[in-house]
Design a protein around this ligand. Sequence first.
Ligand code: HEC
Ligand code: HEC
Length: 391
Amino acid sequence: MAVGTALAAGWLGCASSSGGDAPGEPPAMTYAWRLPIGMPVPLVPRDNPMSEAKVELGRRLFYDSRLSGNQSFSCASCHQQALAFTDGKPRAVGSTGEVHPRATMSLANVAYNRSFNWGDPEKRRLEEQMLVPMFATEPVELGLAGLEEELVRRLMADAVYPQLFAAAYPSQPAPISVDTVVAAIASFERTLVSGDSAYDRLLFWGDDSEFSSAARRGMELFFSERTNCGRCHASFNLSGAIEFEGAAPVRPDFHNTGLYNLDGRGAYPERNRGVFEFTGKANDMGRFRPPSLRNIEVTAPYMHDGSIATLDAVIDHYAAGGRAGKDHPLKSDLVKGFEIDDGEKADLVEFLRSLTDRQFLSDERYSNPFSGLPDSDRDAERRGVARSLLR
Ligand code: HEC
Ligand code: HEC
């Protein structure tokens, strides 16, 4: 417990200093975040300040299948709230049935990430990241490439979007555009903060009533030098590099955990070679970002390619010093392998389960705004274009 508490206290210490807003800009604090106790204020880009109107609009767009070429898919088709905004699949499947090389990532606490996607050192803003699922063609996710004007037409034809966009972007003469869609969804994503797990209650509220003694033993293992888990899955977010208001800037970090060694020289499978795909540098082969372990209990299967089915098996991978064998030329020194008995393994899993935030998984603020409607209306909502044309 001492280690976890010290870590969290360190991060909180940073969070209390003031942010770096430009003169004349409203500070991000003016938006009422309603963050769980202990969670710092996310950094917000100056050109996309938070507002209630944008968040509500973004939530609607996130769940709206008009955002795919064939109107069958939304962000939420892959990012489902009950699964901490993952999809339960080893690898994502797009709106036209194409299989993505990698697994859908959780969106819990994305606002704090220093970089986005599994092994992409270049995506630093949610607004940039989103262009991938919207417009990418290899593979197709939402399949909106070339349909930018069609998307705007669909939204303009809707009964409520014109008012919602006007309210969210009052100073824009033509408030419905790809840019405003992206900005609104990013604002919604920044509100997806998870920090009400049994672990948080212990850490920030001093309440250990939901934190079992097994979880406590598991926590000690997690932060121990034997396992090194907490060295890479660090901070209150149990993740790689993060940023938030007042925190000192850090670089994104990527590590090779020794999942593959196809040629004896550390090769990973084509298209899934991590940072190497971007830099072409030999040392970047297989380097991926340590994702947050919050809600990890509900986001199986695991790893960038969904190739590990259970938390038990994830621990086996690390205990072996990497699934691909101890003598991996490119593996991180922190994945050196360790002895662990079945009881300790169960404790470690119990700690990982203490990171589940049930409130987050069912919070109405993040839920599908269309799902409260009767079926007939919901269909009509989804087929907004057809309906407005018929009228
Ligand atoms: C076909 C399924 C699918 C759809 C649809 C989809 N995503 Fe994703 N999402 C993924 C996958 C797969 C990844 C990991 C991508 C990678 O690493 O290359 C991901 C990653 C992300 C990330 C990065 C999370 C992190 O921690 O770095 C964000 C943010 C995100 N998606 C938001 C969205 C938004 C917003 C939409 C709708 C505009 C959307 N996604 C639509 C599958 C999907
Ligand atoms: C060297 C840094 C490092 C260490 C040490 C480390 N991890 Fe990881 N962890 C990562 C990276 C990087 C990934 C993503 C790897 C990939 O997909 O190829 C990851 C992925 C995971 C995942 C899957 C996450 C998901 O969303 O699919 C779990 C669970 C996990 N680690 C738990 C642990 C535990 C438990 C330990 C200690 C036994 C540990 N990690 C030690 C860096 C590390």
